[in-house]
Design a protein around this ligand. Structure first.
Ligand code: ADP
Ligand code: MG
Length: 698
């Protein structure tokens, strides 16, 4: 067997392979494109394509695909084979630079939010040379961006790359002011921790709610849930361990730096964390990870659930987006430095993030908004829908000292030329942990914890990068024109702290008192649901900022709002229809057959033992009969609410109708059915219960 180090990246056309298979000239030219964004000559593209093809064919590939991330949130691929007919009837394997650089999938079925007229159905995909090509199955996958013929982005990668570029541009301006002229480029890095559930495949297939919607729409609370907290970091069960082992191997071959794995809080819940990497690569890798997780699970007779809330009353799954900014010279700009000057620079970047998160709370909130994540945020298991920042006591005290102009009374100090003697030699990695904050500073990075487990991390990082680019732009504009740099810097840091300290909160984010304070005293936003927040993508300030930095055009923003709302509506309507279907075809018949058997038993008892009171039969039949009526009434009400959606004039109104009329009716139906489950004998219940699903994998 090959060792991990031999196996790692064996299916990736990475730097090692490039160096080995390309001429020095081609390699250097490609490297320039990758590192500095220089444009690529077609002769270079041809040489790269040819080397890529030879490498892939040797590894057994027969096809290639432009792998992209349309707005559905998953990845898409259309396979073309390498074969080209030769004049003598044979085929040869060919792949040109043109095919590498640009593809033209018929994209009429991908959501475009009205950007792409139907007569112009084609979109095109363009190679992202900064993310390595890889082999999946027998296909060479080329990471690409996906655009319309008019150049509008139809995917998540394009705006992500644009947001990284925006942040790069503005950060370089700031670094120059601090004398860092050797820095060529600034990039953000991300390490996304991914949570998921594993359930038995046979049980999964018996539940249409799981099959159609990825979550359970019915299910009474099991006698045992997560209250013992005996699963968190617990011993990994053999079937799960075998799964994790194969998952790691597959991910490693694809160059994904899968590093940590453990059981999570809920039974059957687990987590995988990779080592962080450049944001667009981390995004590609996270998409791949989610895909491979699901594939490998099937091979082990399991199903991997990536839904944010597969089980009511049990913790849902999220994704923690660990994010930092660093230079090509290896400096993490969110890490406190050694010298006063480095620390002033650190402080400025820290302030830029604080300002960004406060000014664009709405964008961060809506970047993670989906029907699934609405069940999680604010449900006492995940951060609330209110965005705030945790800095830890020490850093908070430092900022308070700066704001008030008093010296910082903390530990070891170094003189910081900011008018006051404030910043200590910052203790690395001793920041206190706070697991309830949506946006926590953890020593040298921020951890954004509001993402749902099935979200693409692209959206959150697009907004984060853009908002921080905007803070830096404002700072750079002021500092570049300043007569006294240090005074201007000092004033600006102070002003940021004063203006934005309302976003800083070190307490318990799950506490109701915090939500009250946040919204009533501090004036922070609390958008509970997707319909509440999504339309704010088109608020004037947001459109201005995102277009100024060329991350989105206004047309793209309108399209995205439309698509996200539409996606929300479709998701919930499928759930509502699935519920009605299960109620009518599974649950009611099961309840009725139990009622019939109990009634027959009771009549038999009366016949043979006239004195028998038949208490159990009477009580159960009467309870279940009432519940059956209720289930029917709730089903009819739900069906009616869904029919009414037809009259919604647009997706925004429809989403509000869903929030106000459909979701409450789904809850009512569920409550009646779950109660019926608790009264019905186990063998009559038509699908596996919560207990079966949560504790079924050994
Ligand atoms: P936790 O205590 O939250 O479980 P870990 O220490 O396990 O966190 O790290 C979580 C993630 O943070 C990992 O994916 C790790 O690679 C990532 N990470 C560490 N440093 C950075 C950084 N500078 N930038 C981005 N991500 C980072
Ligand atoms: Mg974490």
């Amino acid at each position: 067997m090959k060792s991990v180090t031999e196996e790692f990246g064996s299916l990736v056309f990475d730097d090692r392979v490039m160096r080995a298979t390309l001429s020095a000239e081609v390699y250097n030219s490609l490297k320039k494109t990758i590192d500095e964004g220089a444009s690529l000559d077609i002769s270079v593209a041809n040489a790269v394509a040819s080397a890529m093809k030879d490498w892939a064919v040797e590894k057994g590939a027969t096809h290639f695909t432009h792998w992209f991330q349309p707005l559905t949130g998953i990845t898409a691929e259309k396979h073309d084979s390498f074969i080209t007919p030769a004049p003598d009837g044979r085929v040869i394997m060919e792949f040109s630079g043109k095919e590498l650089i640009k593809g033209e999938p018929d994209a009429s079925s991908f959501p475009s939010g009205g950007i792409r007229a139907t007569f112009e159905a084609r979109g095109y995909t363009a190679w992202d040379p900064t993310s390595y090509a890889f082999i999946k199955g027998k296909t060479l996958c080329i990471p690409t961006a996906f655009c319309s013929y008019g150049g509008e982005a139809l995917d998540k990668k394009t705006p992500l790359l644009r947001s990284m570029e925006a942040l790069n541009r503005q950060a370089l301006r700031i670094l120059k002011l601090f004398g860092n002229t050797d820095v060529k480029c600034v990039r953000t890095s991300v390490g996304p921790e991914q949570e998921y559930f594993l359930v038995d495949r046979e049980m999964f297939e018996k539940r249409r709610d799981l099959v159609f919607t990825g979550r359970t729409l019915f299910g009474a609370k099991p006698p045992k849930g997560q209250e013992m907290e005996d699963h968190y970091f617990g011993v990994i069960k053999p079937r799960v361990a075998a799964y994790m082992e194969e998952l790691n191997e597959e991910l490693w071959k694809l160059g994904v730096l899968a590093k940590t794995e453990h059981n999570e809080v809920a039974p059957a819940q687990h987590e995988l964390a990779p080592i962080y990497t450049t944001t667009n690569i981390a995004t590609d890798h996270n998409q791949l990870t989610m895909e491979i997780m699901q594939k490998v699970a099937l091979k082990h007779g399991l199903v991997c659930l990536l839904h944010e809330k597969p089980f009511a009353g049990v913790n849902g799954s999220g994704k923690h987006n660990n994010w930092s900014i660093s230079t090509n010279t290896g400096v993490n700009l969110l890490s406190p430095g050694e010298t006063p000057y480095e620390n002033a620079q650190f402080l400025l970047f820290l302030c830029a993030v604080i300002k960004a998160v406060d000014d664009y709370q709405d964008l961060l909130r809506l970047a993670v908004a989906t029907a699934g994540n609405d069940h999680r945020l604010g449900a006492n298991e995940a951060p609330p829908a209110v965005v705030s920042i945790f800095l830890g006591d020490e850093l908070t005290a430092i900022l308070e000292a700066i704001e008030s102009g008093k010296p910082y009374a903390g530990r070891k100090k170094t003189a910081l030329k900011l008018g006051v003697d404030v910043l200590p030699v910052f203790p690395r990695d001793t920041t206190d942990r706070n697991r309830t904050s949506p946006f926590a500073f953890t020593g040298n990075k921020f951890e954004f914890r509001m993402l749902g487990s099935s979200n693409s991390i692209a959206c959150a990082n697009i907004m984060l990068n853009s908002a921080v680019a905007e803070s830096l732009r404002i700072y750079a504009d002021r500092l570049e024109g300043a007569e006294d740099f240090e005074k201007a810097l000092n004033d600006m840091i102070r002003k940021t702290i004063k203006d934005h300290k309302r976003i800083l909160f070190n307490g318990n984010g799950y506490d109701d008192a915090w939500i009250k304070e946040a919204t009533e005293v501090r004036g922070l936003l609390n958008y509970r649901t997707t319909p509440d927040c999504m339309p704010h993508l088109l608020d004037k300030k947001n459109v201005e900022m995102l277009t100024l930095h060329k991350v989105y055009s206004e047309t793209e923003l309108k399209a995205r709002t439309e698509i996200m709302l539409d996606n929300y509506c479709k998701t919930v309507v499928i759930e509502a229809n699935t519920m009605a279907d299960m109620a009518r075809r599974d649950i009611l018949p099961a309840v009725e057959s139990y009622i019939r058997d109990l009634s027959e038993t009771a009549s038999a008892k009366v016949r043979f033992a006239p004195d028998s009171p038949c208490g159990f039969e009477r009580k159960t039949v009467s309870g279940l009969s009432l519940l059956a009526e209720q289930i029917l009434a709730c089903t009819e009400a739900l069906e009616e609410a869904v029919v009414k959606l037809k009259f919604a004039p647009d997706a925004e109104q429809e989403s509000c109708m869903i929030r106000d009329n459909v979701l409450p009716k789904m809850s009512a139906l569920r409550a009646a059915a779950d109660e019926a489950e608790t009264l019905t004998a186990g063998k009559y219940w038509p699908f596996p219960t919560y207990g079966d699903l949560l504790f079924g994998v050994k």
